[in-house]
Design a protein around this ligand. Sequence first.
Ligand code: CMC
Length: 431
Amino acid sequence: MKQDNTRTAQLTLEGNVYTLPIVEGTMGEKAIDISTLLKETGYITLDTGYKNTGSCTSTITYLDGKQGILRYRGYDIEDLANNCSFVEVCYLLLHGELPDEEQLRSFKSLIERFALIHEDMIHFFDHFPSHASPMSILSVMVNSLCNYYPEMSNDPMEDFDITSTRIISKIRTIAAFSYKKSMGHPLVYPRNDLSYCGNFLNMMFDKSVRPYVVLPEVVAALNKLLILHGDHEQNCSTSTVRLVGSAGVNLYASIAAGINALWGPLHGGANEAVLEMLETIYADDSNFQKYINKAKDRNDPFRLSGFGHRVYKTYDPRGKIIKKACDEIMNVLDVSDPLLDIAYSLEEIALKDEYFIERNLFPNVDFYSGIIYRALGIPTNMFTVMFALGRVPGWIAQWKEMREDPATRIGRPRQIFIGETAREFVPLHNR
Ligand code: CMC
């Protein structure tokens, strides 16, 4: 970040002119630095939903919502999705560079070393009701990891490599175990001869009575999806991880908080909501127009799940890649899904509709991802867990960046109070 001393912003307040510095990022994004505004003027800024607030500077992910560009550490998302393994992308996000062969080998071996979870933790699964949400199980289990692997409590940065790979590895085992438990099936333990994604699929679907065949095409599709979810700068769950972490809490607890934020249907939970929406439309004689009209009706809370984005005002670049991957995997597995046809038709109608055009509402990452997960055999209530598996390296990288940034202070927004002014206390017997 550089401060542009040739340009400043002038703010006139009650007849006084204040000069505010302008800062510029490496891609030319500009910001007015208001960090001294309160001290100098007595005013704060009000920005509900943080639509116009930069909460940090970052070197991890670049996103241009107008042009539909997404890059991790300078690499285009399409290049990464088409050429890398998810583990390579984890390394890139955490360390800032793509690994060479030796770095990749040792990073992988750490992930393999940490694949098991403490046997005592396996009893936790027995105490959730069978209908428990896998997202709640995931956050509870990740939060609990600090009790079994507490190194981070002392010096968070010293054990960073160990703790970060531990989370990336164990979250996959936890996710697969929670599925097995929900099915009442015996657990399948990790196998280090398989890739990160192959291992996950095997833990999910292998049965002693019917061994699971790990198809390379299925592994490739999952690998791509996880890469596309790897990071997305200061979204709701990532901001949560940073905010919680800024209080000094350990990495496990910060990631657990991120999982909870991701759960919401306006955020990661949208992939589940999309599938439920497509199923509803299918059951309603594929009456697309009815649902488009509902989405446009201000008096109806219904929204087209998987459409719209706070930052993208064009087609989500991840959505484009996922749509193509969706076609490919359907062909490879030789399956057809009526929900995919509904998704295509819905997209076509919405993209021609004035309401969606005016508001720049395009399909986002979640619109087609659920259809791929469904084709891979992953149940709908696990979709957001899949998103979390992909997002975990991004959360960790952002947490580390926050912790290492000397500018970091505890996150503490202000407010404008609009409640009662001072009132005289009334004792209980007089109320
Ligand atoms: N269907 C119908 N109308 C919509 C939709 C939608 N999916 N999304 C936005 N709008 C309308 C909204 O009603 C508003 O209209 P008006 O200007 O007339 O009041 C306008 O578009 C702007 O919407 P907003 O809610 O102010 O925009 P936002 O930036 O606060 O919200 C969003 C972004 C993603 C929460 C929203 O587009 C949405 O709810 N989409 C559906 C849920 C979804 O797919 N979420 C996944 C997002 S991508 C992955 C992720 O972040 O996890």
